[in-house]
Every structure is written in C-alpha cells, then in structure tokens.
Design a protein around this ligand. Sequence first.
Ligand SMILES: *[C@@H]1O[C@H](CO)[C@@H](O)[C@H](O)[C@H]1NC(C)=O
Length: 154
Amino acid sequence: MLLSTILFNAFATLTSALPTTLSERAGGPSTKPIPDTCKLSDPHEQTASAPSDFIPAPSVKSVELYAAYYPSPSSNTTQMAQQCLEQCYGYGTSIECKGAFWAENMVVPPGYYGSPGGQLETACVFYTRALTEADFEEAPEGQGTGAYARNIAC
Ligand SMILES: *[C@@H]1O[C@H](CO)[C@@H](O)[C@H](O)[C@H]1NC(C)=O
C-alpha cells in the first residue's frame, strides 16, 4: 500500500497539470460501484447548526488512510464527490475505507509528495473508521467548498 501510494504520488505530481480524473492516474484507487447492500450515512448531517463548508479537524488525521490533492478535473462537484466515495470503496479489498471526505479549496499539506504545499486544491481523503460530527470543523473563509462526507458500512 505504501509503495503504491508513493508511486501514485509521484505520478500525480507529474500529471497534476493534465485534465485527467483521479481514477485515471496510475496507482490511484480505482472507482468501484457501491452495492445497495452497503449503507451510506452522512456524518455531517447530525447537527442542524453545522456549517456547510467544513474540513476535517486536525484530530482525525490519525485515522487517515489515504489522501489525494489535485486540480478539479471537472465542474461537476456531485460527480467528483461521488467518484471520491467510489474510490474509497475501491480502495484495497473494499473493507479498509470506512469514511470519505471530499471538498474543493483544501490546503495541500506541506510535504505532500515532497511539495511545499499551502496551495488550495481539491481533496479526496479516506479514513479507517466511520466519521462523526466531532471529526469536522468549520472551514476558514474560502476553503472546504462543497464539502461532502460519507461513511460506508457494508
Ligand atoms: C453531474 O454528475 C452527476 C453524476 O454523475 C450527473 O447525474 C449530473 O447529470 C451531472 N450534472 C451535470 C450538470 O452535468
């Protein structure tokens, strides 16, 4: 897994200017349709006062399974978020990724594949456990646009 992540990373860096989708990049988790027998839940819907643009809180970093940052390949945010979720299901043997987060305008972490980071890109992040409301915080102005989070239980 680590090796494939590194390879994916190197390749993603090389191709970051190209309008490919995440799944088309070598080594990235491929999408896999989520069967109806799996239950999807929205961990961010649990409180009415939740802000619409949100980001993962720093504490959830410890249960991060995989993260990709890339320029949005499309203007269809619904489609991109769905693709991220299907990549979560497509990761490994479909049991590793329990929750996924997707948003535009996410700060690329310093050191992401050796880059200085800091710029805003689209993010797709997978987690090893189901997410809860407490795993998120309100996004700074202009960040976490269109944030989407789902847990997958199969
Ligand atoms: C965006 O993608 C979704 C899911 O693939 C699709 O149903 C919808 O028609 C698309 N919207 C536009 C405006 O293309």
